[in-house]
Design a protein around this ligand. Structure first.
Ligand code: G
Ligand code: G
Ligand code: MN
Ligand code: NA
Length: 251
């Protein structure tokens, strides 16, 4: 109950922060994007992970407000980095199920892009497979409206939920994110090796890009490169960092 009350005021009290995790091109090690990840620094309880407060925010109905704040803050930061001469090609932001199913999402995204001057092709929104599959017909409409803005769309946590391949074909998607549960045991578990190869083959045939997350070892990165995955994210390349830390490490 305490956490619930506190979360309602957390945005106004500026307790939320956005951290940025590098996304890397395997071909040359270059920074091709960042994923915005929300953090909550509770004044008494310390840092509370999103796995705890994102579901809570959905439950108590503040996820729209929180999600809009993350989108605004990260787009503002991308524009500020541009001004400093630190140009990051792409910004990826996570969408929750309530945001996708709400009616104001497209207008909000457009308003944030207009206000910050970020051009739509640099914004990627990540939607989990289970978010899409909750009401697939509604998701088709929402995702088409977002694509029409000129932004790109990635399926987060791909392979961990139940997705219908028929929908995958009908949705206006650009990228599949290979979940870190499949990457964790790459080169040590033949099943995971096979699953990752299959996801990449599926992406290729649907003309989608892939990015693997949770890459922690050079063996995993080498496997992914050989398998034809072009982009990666993970502790081997960089943890999620505060904006000043990211610029210090990569600008
Ligand atoms: O950064 P970390 O590994 O703790 O993130 C845990 C989970 O929280 C991830 O699944 C991530 O997608 C989710 N998450 C982080 N920031 C946001 C956000 O701004 N909005 C939504 N909906 N989910 C987020
Ligand atoms: O949106 P998503 O659920 O994919 O969020 C990514 C989460 O995964 C973040 O919370 C981030 O801190 C975490 N993460 C990113 N890279 C790694 C990694 O290499 N290893 C592990 N264990 N976690 C990671
Ligand atoms: Mn994500
Ligand atoms: Na994920």
């Amino acid at each position: 109950l305490r956490l619930e009350t506190d979360l309602r005021g957390a945005i106004e009290r500026a307790e939320l922060a956005v951290h940025y995790q590098p996304q890397i091109a395997l071909a040359n090690g270059r920074l091709i994007g960042v994923e915005a990840l929300c953090r909550w620094r509770h004044p008494q309880l310390g840092s509370i992970p999103p796995s705890r407060f994102i579901p809570l925010a959905e439950e108590i109905g503040v996820i729209d407000q929180l999600g809009t704040w993350v989108l605004e803050e990260s787009c503002r930061q991308l524009a500020a980095w541009d001004w400093q001469g630190f140009r990051i090609p792409r910004l990826a932001v996570n969408l929750s199920v309530h945001q996708l199913e709400g009616t104001r999402l497209v207008d909000r995204v457009r308003a944030v892009l207009d206000a910050t001057g970020v051009t739509p092709e640099r914004l990627e929104l990540e939607v989990t497979e289970s978010t899409i599959m909750r009401h697939p017909e509604r998701a088709v409409d929402a995702l088409q409206a977002l694509r029409a803005l000129g932004i790109t769309l990635a399926v987060d946590d791909f392979g961990t939920g139940y997705s219908s391949l028929a929908y995958l074909k009908r949705l206006p998607l650009n990228r599949l994110k290979i979940n870190r549960s499949f990457v964790e045991h790459l080169t040590q578990d033949g099943n995971d090796d096979a699953i990752v190869r299959a996801i990449i083959a599926l992406s290729d045939s649907l003309e989608l890009a892939t990015i693997a997350e949770g890459v922690e070892t050079t063996d995993q990165a080498d496997f992914l490169r050989r398998a034809g995955c072009l982009e990666v994210q993970g502790f081997l390349f960089g943890r999620p960092l505060a904006s000043e830390e990211l610029a210090a490490a990569w600008a």
